[in-house]
Design a protein around this ligand. Structure first.
Ligand SMILES: [Zn+2]
Ligand SMILES: [Zn+2]
Length: 350
């Protein structure tokens, strides 16, 4: 098999030859037909996350080994199965749930794989979808998506379940209760689509880019505010009619979190989703007196993926814009993403 691999941090991915793995046990080998290009690939490409105060989380220190085949938004066709594999057969097309853990602990066994203490995600730790083939340890990590568009379905494995899992952390809410979504780029559009599918009708979107605010309004946001405005907290409370019970911060940088924290109502929840980087100082008495919750949310689990696909199959989930490119354009796609020029989720086709 061949794959576009991260060989050196910050250097263009290189096409390398790898042995095609043979499935054993419950393993399933798929030929990759579609793979989305994601912002988190840029952090892998750099080799670190910015933790604020000049501190960095080095991925090499965390055990990341090069060469790495990135790519975690995968749709593929089953080509071979291990002797103990069930539920799929060669020829079946499936979405790959990539956020794997050890496969044996209580979290993994209850399908909370993304909360496993030994993360082993496809495209981050295991070999991912920027290659011709990908191996999955068990068919329970494969989701049938027919008759949906496979390029769109690929994005559900990451951006889709990321927003669904974050939304679940602030639910239940009345459909008309205000909910703030910070960031109206790719994830923000997906969040608006999922909230609409769940019947939520009162979303205030925040983004510094006027074009993205325009798109958010077109996608059903009730208001769209300038994320760069000096008086953003005042604008949010004005738009929401007072302090807010739920803010989902898809950017999660120091300035967005400061604004989000300032507008939280008593008992309110701020969900941290983005990987922008940086830090934030929390006034501890305020946490207690206002009974606030700050919750991190990282990707989602296989139950989220199946729930999302079900919403899409029922026709309730508005498709997000997808830009199709060829797999050998992967470096171009990453550069477009780095420069903020993407006009939708970019998906590489074989
Ligand atoms: Zn992703
Ligand atoms: Zn586990």
């Amino acid at each position: 098999m061949q794959a576009w691999a991260l060989v050196d941090y910050k250097a263009p991915l290189r096409l390398i030859d790898l042995p095609t793995p043979e499935p054993t046990g419950t393993e399933v080998l798929l030929e990759v037909t579609h793979c989305g290009v994601c912002h988190s690939d840029l952090h892998l490409w750099d080799g670190f996350f910015d933790l604020g105060d000049g501190r960095r989380l080095s991925l090499a220190d965390r055990g990341l080994k090069l060469p790495l085949v990135m790519g975690h938004e995968i749709v593929g066709r089953v080509v071979a199965v291990g002797p103990e594999a069930n539920a799929v057969k060669p020829g079946d097309s499936r979405i790959v749930f990539p956020w794997l853990g050890c496969g044996r602990c209580a979290q993994c066994e209850t399908e909370e794989d993304n909360l496993c203490q030994v993360p082993s995600a496809i495209g981050l730790v295991r070999s991912g979808g920027y290659g011709s083939h990908v191996m999955v340890p068990h068919s329970r990590h494969l989701v049938d998506y027919a008759p949906l568009d496979p390029a769109l379905a690929a994005t559900y494995a990451c951006s889709g379940i990321t927003v669904l899992a974050a939304i679940r952390k602030v639910m239940p809410m009345e459909p008309d209760e205000p909910l703030v979504v910070i960031g109206a780029g790719g994830l923000g559009r997906q969040a608006l689509a999922v909230l609409a599918a769940l019947g939520h009708r009162n979303i205030v979107a925040v983004d510094p880019d006027p074009a993205k605010r325009e798109a958010a309004l077109a996608a059903g946001a009730r208001a769209a505010l300038d994320g760069a405005a000096e008086d953003l907290p005042a604008q949010i409370t004005a738009a929401c009619g007072g302090p807010v019970r739920a803010v989902i911060d898809l950017v999660n940088g120091p300035s967005t979190v400061r604004a989000a924290f300032a507008v939280l109502a008593r008992g309110g929840t701020l969900v941290h989703v983005g990987l922008f980087g940086g830090g934030f100082s929390v006034p501890l008495p305020v946490m207690a007196m206002r009974a606030l919750s700050l919750r991190g949310s990282y990707v989602g689990n296989p139950k989220d993926l199946r729930a999302l696909v079900a919403l899409a199959r029922e026709g309730r989930l508005e498709p997000v814009p997808v830009v199709r490119m060829r797999r050998d354009q992967v470096n171009e796609a990453l550069t477009i993403l780095r420069e903020g020029r993407a006009e939708g989720r970019m998906v590489l086709e074989a």
